[in-house]
Design a binder for this molecule. Structure first.
Ligand SMILES: *[C@@H]1O[C@H](CO)[C@@H](O)[C@H](O)[C@H]1NC(C)=O
Ligand SMILES: *[C@@H]1O[C@H](CO)[C@@H](O)[C@H](O)[C@H]1NC(C)=O
Ligand SMILES: *[C@@H]1O[C@H](CO)[C@@H](O)[C@H](O)[C@H]1NC(C)=O
Ligand SMILES: *[C@@H]1O[C@H](CO)[C@@H](O)[C@H](O)[C@H]1NC(C)=O
Ligand SMILES: CC(=O)N[C@H]1CO[C@H](CO)[C@@H](O)[C@@H]1O
Length: 512
C-alpha cells in the first residue's frame, strides 16, 4: 500500500502492524489538487476493488435534515409503494408514531389486494433480542399484518451467533443485546431508498438528530439493498403468525447450530449478493467507458456520482466497511479536511491511530453530555455519558501530547431537549469549499460497529455541484450547533468523572 504524503516516520512505525494486514493494492496516482471528474475517479476508484460501485445521477440523491422529514417521507412512500417495501432496522418501537407506520403498510397491502395486477411485498428485518424485548414489542406490532397478509408479508429477526449456550441463559434480558445486533438501517420503497442511522422509533421521528439520505429512483442500488436484506433475512429467524420463530429450511440455526457452520454459510450467501453486484457493475462500467464519447441524449441525466455500499458483519467474517474506512481515514492526505461525527464517541483503537497518524485535518463532532442518549438515565446507564466524557478526555489528551491540536479538533454538539445520534463523515479536498465524499449509514466507528453488530453504510462520491452543496449544508447545520473542546472543557464541574466510572470504563467500553 502506498502511503499518503506528509506523514512522519513516527506515525508510520505506529501503523506498521496495521498496514501489514490491510489490502496491498497500490493507491491510484492522483494529480494533486485535482478535483475534476478524472481526479475524483482516480482518487477513489480503489473502493470499487472492494465493493460494488453504482453510478447514479447526483440529482437523485436528496439529503433529509430532520427527524420529521424522515418520518413523513417514509409514511408517504410506504403508502404509494407498488412492488416492494423493505425495511431493515434494529427494532420497531411500540408508540403511536410507529403504529401509524404499521397502519400505512396495512393500507398499502389492502390497496394492493384490491388491484389484482399489483403484488406488493413487504419485508421487515429486525434484531431478534431488541425486537423481542418487553411484552409489547416489535413482534406484537407486526403480527396482525403477518396474520392478515401471510402471502405478502415477511418478518425476519436476526440473531447473532455469538449469543448462545450458557451465555444466552445467563445474560439478563436488556444485556443480551450487547452481545451483537442487526444494526443496518435501510428503508426501501420500490426503486427508492433511505439509508440512515435512525431506528424506527418515536424519538428518531421527533427530537433525535440523525442523518438520512434518500436515493430516488435508483433501481440498481435499491435492488442491491433488497437482495442484501433478503440474504440476511434468509439466515435469520423467520417470524410466524403465531409469534413462533424458526429457521428457513436448510439453514443452520444461529445459536443452536454449529457456530462455524452458521457463519460460513451466512457469509457465503451474503458475499454472493455483494460479489454478483460487483461483477455486474464492473461490466457495466466497462461498457459505459467505451461509449463515454457519445453525447448524452437530451434530458438524460449525467451519472456523475458513485454509490459504494459498505457492509460490515464481523461475526460472519465480512469486513468490507472496515477495510474501506481504514484506508479512507489513513489516505486522507494533507490536502484534505475530514469532518467526522459519531454520536457515541469511542473510535476503535485502529481508527484512532489512523486519525492521529494521518496528515489531513480532522474535525470530530460528538455528543455533549447533555445530548447523549443516556443523559439522566437511571442506575448504571446514567454513568454512560460520564464514561464517554472520560474516553473523549483521554483522546483529547493524546491529541495534545502529540502536539496535534491544530490538526485535530474536537467539537461537542448542543441542542436543548434533543439527543444527538448522527454518524458519518464528509471529505473535503483542498481548494474546494464543498465535500466530494460522504459516508452515511449505521456504523459509528466504534468497537461494536466493527466487531459485534451487523452494519451497512454507503460511500457517496460525487462531482455533482448541487449534491456537494447539499452535503456541505448538512455538515454545516450539524457543526453550527457545536462548540470546540479545549483543555478547560474537561475541567468544568459538569464534566467531572467519578473515580469508579474511570475504573470501569476500560471494561465496559466494548459494550456500547
Ligand atoms: C400493550 O399493548 C396493549 C394493547 O395495545 C395496551 O393496552 C397496553 O397498555 C400495552 N402495555 C404496555 C406495558 O405498554
Ligand atoms: C434475553 O434475555 C431474556 C431474559 O434473560 C430471555 O428471556 C431472552 O430469551 C433472551 N433473548 C435471547 C435472544 O436470548
Ligand atoms: C437505536 O439505534 C442505536 C444505534 O444506531 C442504538 O445504539 C440505540 O440503542 C437504539 N436506540 C434505542 C432507543 O434503542
Ligand atoms: C463445527 O463444524 C466444524 C466444521 O464444520 C467442525 O470442525 C467443528 O468441530 C464443529 N464444532 C462442533 C462444536 O461441533
Ligand atoms: C477512544 C477509546 O477509548 N476507544 C476504545 C473504544 O473501545 C474499544 C474496545 O475496547 C477500545 O479498543 C478503544 O480503545
Amino acid at each position: 500500500m502506498m502511503v499518503g504524503r506528509g506523514v512522519e516516520r513516527s506515525s508510520l512505525l505506529l501503523l506498521a502492524p496495521l498496514l501489514a494486514e490491510t489490502d496491498t493494492t497500490p493507491a491510484s496516482s492522483r494529480p494533486p489538487g485535482s478535483t475534476g471528474a478524472a481526479g475524483l475517479h482516480s482518487r477513489f476508484h480503489w473502493i470499487a476493488e472492494h465493493v460494488p460501485a453504482f453510478r447514479v445521477p447526483g440529482g437523485r440523491i436528496h439529503i433529509l435534515h430532520s427527524p420529521d422529514e424522515f418520518y413523513q417521507a417514509m409514511k408517504a412512500r410506504i403508502k404509494t409503494a407498488k412492488r416492494r417495501v423493505v425495511m431493515a432496522s434494529l427494532y420497531l418501537g411500540t408508540g403511536p408514531l410507529e403504529q401509524d407506520l404499521v397502519n400505512c403498510m396495512e393500507e398499502a397491502l389492502e390497496r394492493s389486494q384490491e388491484d389484482t395486477a399489483a403484488n406488493l411485498k413487504v419485508s421487515i428485518l429486525l434484531d431478534y433480542t431488541r425486537g423481542s424485548r418487553g411484552k409489547n414489542n416489535s413482534r406484537t406490532m407486526l403480527l396482525p399484518l403477518l396474520q392478515r397478509f401471510p402471502e405478502q408479508m415477511r418478518v425476519c429477526l436476526y440473531h447473532t451467533p455469538d449469543l448462545r449456550g450458557l451465555l444466552r441463559l445467563l445474560v439478563p434480558e436488556r444485556f443480551n443485546e450487547t452481545i451483537g445486533v442487526q444494526h443496518i438501517k435501510v428503508y426501501l420503497f420500490d426503486d427508492s431508498l433511505i439509508i440512515s442511522g435512525a431506528n424506527l422509533s418515536d424519538s428518531y421521528f421527533t427530537n433525535r438528530q440523525d442523518r438520512y439520505v434518500l436515493l430516488e429512483g435508483c433501481r440498481e442500488v435499491a435492488d442491491f439493498f433488497a437482495e442484501l436484506v433478503r440474504a440476511v433475512s434468509d439466515v435469520s429467524l423467520q417470524l410466524e403468525s403465531d409469534d413462533s420463530v424458526h429457521t428457513k429450511e436448510g439453514m443452520v440455526h444461529p445459536y443452536k447450530g454449529n457456530r462455524t457452520d452458521f457463519s460460513t454459510s451466512a457469509q457465503k450467501q451474503i458475499m454472493e449478493v455483494i460479489n454478483t453486484a460487483r461483477v455486474q457493475q464492473n461490466l457495466q462500467d466497462l461498457e459505459h467507458s467505451q461509449d463515454s464519447d457519445l453525447e448524452l441524449e437530451s434530458g438524460e441525466e449525467r451519472s456523475d456520482t458513485w454509490v459504494f455500499p459498505l457492509v460490515q458483519m464481523k461475526p460472519l467474517g465480512i469486513r468490507l466497511d472496515e477495510e474501506v474506512t481504514q484506508r479512507l481515514l489513513w489516505e486522507a492526505g494533507g490536502d484534505s479536511t475530514v469532518y467526522l461525527t459519531s454520536g457515541y464517541f469511542n473510535l476503535t483503537r485502529t481508527y484512532m491511530r489512523l486519525v492521529l497518524g494521518a496528515a489531513a485535518d480532522y474535525r470530530i463532532l460528538m455528543a455533549s453530555p447533555e445530548v447523549n442518549g443516556f443523559f439522566g438515565a437511571k442506575g448504571v446507564a446514567g454513568a454512560i455519558p460520564e464514561a464517554y466524557i472520560h474516553i473523549a478526555g483521554q483522546f483529547y489528551r493524546q491529541v495534545c501530547d502529540l502536539g496535534q491540536q491544530s490538526r485535530i479538533h474536537l467539537q461537542e454538539y448542543h441542542r436543548p431537549d434533543w439527543t444527538f445520534h448522527a454518524k458519518g463523515l464528509w471529505y473535503y479536498l483542498q481548494g474546494n469549499s464543498r465535500p466530494c465524499l460522504t459516508l452515511i449509514g449505521s456504523p459509528n466507528f466504534g468497537y461494536r460497529s466493527v466487531h459485534r453488530d451487523i452494519e451497512a453504510q454507503i460511500a457517496i462520491v460525487t462531482e455533482n455541484e448541487e449534491l456537494q452543496a447539499n452535503l456541505q449544508q448538512e455538515q454545516e447545520m450539524l457543526y453550527k450547533r457545536s462548540t470546540e473542546v479545549s483543555s478547560s472543557t474537561f475541567k468544568q464541574p459538569d464534566r467531572h468523572v467519578k473515580l469508579w466510572v474511570k475504573l470501569v470504563t476500560p471494561f465496559i467500553k466494548n459494550f456500547f
